[in-house]
Design a protein around this ligand. Sequence first.
Ligand code: ADP
Ligand code: ZN
Length: 753
Amino acid sequence: MTASLFGPDEFAAVAVGRPVRGEFTYSIPAELKPKLAPGLRVKVPFGRSTILGFYLGPAPAPSDAVRKKLKPITATLEAEPALTPDVVELCRFAAQHYRYPLGEVLRATLPPGLTKAQEEKQSRAEVVHFAIAEDGADPSTLTRAPAQQAALSYLLAVGGRANVDEVAHAIPGAREHLRALVKKGLVRIDTQALVHGVVEGMGSARPAKLTDEQASVGAELEVLLDAGGFAPVLLQGVTGSGKTEVYLRIVERALSAGHGALILVPEIALTPQLVGRFRSRFGPSVAVLHSALTDTERLRAWQRLRRGDVKVVVGVRSAIWAPVADLRVIVVDEEHDPSFKQDEKLRYQARDLAVMRARQAKCLVVLGSATPSLETLENARKGRYRHLKLTRRVDDRPMPALHLVDLRLERPKTVETRDTEPPLLSEPLKQAMRETLEKGQQIILFLNRRGHATFLTCEVCGQNLKCSECDVCLTYYRASGRVQCNYCGRAHPLPKGCPECDGPLLQLGVGTERIEAEVAEAFPQARLGRLDRDAVTTNERLTDLLSSFARRELDVLVGTQMVAKGHDFPGVTLVAVVLADTALSLPDFRAAERPFHLLTQVAGRAGRGADAGRVIVQAYNPDALPIAAMLKNDFEGFSDAELARRRSLQWPPTSRMASIRFESDNAELCARTAQQLAAVAARAMPPSSHGVRLLGPAPAPISRIKGKTRWQLVVKGPTHAAIAGPLDAIERALDEVSSTVKVIIDVDPGAML
Ligand code: ADP
Ligand code: ZN
C-alpha cells in the first residue's frame, strides 16, 4: 500500500481502554469510514490483542515511516456512540487536567456493560413499572414483616410513588417485598410506556405561589436559559429558602421546550426526599443514577438517556458523565459538599466538571448552596459567575435562634470520674431538650465522631492506643466491647491495660455511641435513634431510620454529618451541636471551611416547619473562626477572613495546587522515591519560579494506612498552567518508578490527609 492512497481524513485518533497515556493513530478501512462518529466504541489491535477503543476524531497524517506501521481499526461496536460529543470533549479535558489516561477516563464514564469490546445488545421495549402506595398504607401495621415495612417506608418517603427498579436498588430484594405488598392491598403496580418530556397529570406538589425572592431569582435564570450560551450562576440561599423549588422550575422550563437537564446531588441514599420531589414533579422522565445501581439498571438508564427517551437525570457525582441529549441546564445542589470530589482512580471534582461541561455544551449551570465553597465564592466575586441570593426562608419563617454553651464554664460544675470524660449533655442543653420533648417536637443531636471514646490514653505512660497498621488512634465501642480503627476497619477486644506498660487506659474523646447512651439515661422515655456508619450499615436501614424520624416515630436523632445533609423534617425544633470543636485542628488547609459548612448545614435542619427552631452549640473554643462566625450567622465575615488567610498562605482558591502521594509497603523506598521525584519536579520549575512552590516531600499527615507508608509532595502556583511544568516532569518520570511504590497525582485535592 502506498501513501498516496490515503486522503486527509483517513486517519483516526483513538483512545484505547488501557492505562496508557496519549492518543493513538489508526488507519480507517473504507467500509468503516461512514460509520465513525466521535465517541464511537471500536475494536482496535493493540499489542498482541484486539481491545476496546474510542474513536475521537480525525488524526493528523503521520510521517511515511509511521504510516507504514499503522494498523486499521478492526470494527465498530455500535451504530450510535455511547457518549455524547460534549462528554467526549469533557473526557479529553479531564484526562489532561487530572493527568489520567484518556482511555481509562472514557471507560470510567461508561456503565460497566459497555466497557468491554463487545457489541451492544438491543434492550427490550421501554416500559417502566411504578410502585404506588395505596391511600392510607401504613408501615406501622407491618412490624412482623420488617423487609416489607422498609420497602413501604421507602416508597412513602419518596412521595408514595417510585420506579420499581429504583426501590429495588435502594432495598435489596424489594421486588419480592413489593409483590407481597400488592397482595396485601397496600401497593399497586402501574406499568407505563416511556414517553418524551413531562408526563401529564402526574401528581406534583408544587407550591401555589413562589416567594418574591424565588420569583425574581427564577426570572433571572429563565432569561439566561432562554438566551442559551454558557451561563454559570451561584445560587446562594439560606437553609430552608426553597432552593429546590427554584431548581425544579428551571428544569421544568428546559424540559417543556424539549431540552435535557442534569442535576447533581451529594448522596442519594441520604436524601430520598430530594429525589422524591424530582420524581413527583417529572414522573418517569427522570433517571436516577447512583452507586447502588446494578450494571443492568445503569446500562438501561444510560440507553434511555442516550436515545433521548429520558431527558432529566438526578444523580451523584458520576452522573456528570451521563449522556443527556441536548443538555440545557446543569444544577449542582450543595455544591460545597466534599462528596463531589472522587478520591480514587480518576480524582475528579464533579462540580468543576459541571462548569466545564456547561461551557462545552454552551448552557446554564446553577451551583446552589447555603454555604458556597470558597472556590465558587471567589469565582462569583471576580464576576466570573453571576451571584443570585435567597436571603429569607419560605413563608418568612425565622432562621433558628443560635445559642452558645461555653463548655469551659459548664464543665467544672459536673462531676469528674477518673477514667472517662464528664457528661457532654450540659444543663442548658438538657433543659432545652426537656422543653422540646414536652411539646412533642423533635431533636437532632450532631457530633462528628463515632464510637464511645475516640481515643484511649494510658494514664501512666501517656501513650495513645494506635492501630498496628495505621498512624491513627483506635476508637472504643462500648456496645461491642471492642476497639476499632476507622481507617482500615481492624478491630479487637478492648485491652485490659496499656500494651506498653500495662497502665490503666483513660477513655477520652466523646463519640455518638456515648451521646446516645447519655440521652437514653437522661431521657429514658424519649424514642431515640442513631445515624452513623456504625449503626446504619445498609441503605435499607438508612431509609428506614430517616422515614421513621420523618413520620415522627422517633423523638431524638443522634448522629454524625449524616444528619446534617439536606433533610427537611418539619418536626425538628431543636438542633444541638454537641461538641463544635471536633475537626478544627486537622492538618488541612480546609480545616476551617469544612466545620463552618457542616455547622451551618446542621443548624439549618431546625425550625423548617410551622414552629420556630433553635440551635444550641456547645464548644470549648467558641472564639475559633468557624464557630464564632456560625454563631453570628456570618457567612460573609467567615469567607472574608478565611480567604484572606488562604491568600496569605497561597492556598486554593487563591492558588492552584496538586498533591503527589507516594504509598508503599517499603518505607525506605517510599521516602527515596518521594525525594527523587521531588528533585525531578524541582529541576522543572519555571525560571525564577513565577510563584510556583514545592512543599515537601514529607511524610503525609497520616503517615501510615493499612500498613503502607505514605509520603507527600505538594506543587502550588498561581495557575494550573504555572504548575504544569513540574507535574509533566513527574508524569514522565513515572515509568522509572518501582512498581512497589504507588504514585498518585491529585490535581485540586479535596483534603491533604
Ligand atoms: P432549601 O433547599 O433551600 O433548604 P427547600 O427547597 O427544601 O429549601 O424548601 C424548604 C421547604 O419549603 C420545603 O418543605 C419546600 O417544599 C417548601 N417550599 C419551597 N418553596 C415554597 C413556596 N414557594 N411556598 C411554600 N412552601 C415552599
Ligand atoms: Zn488501621
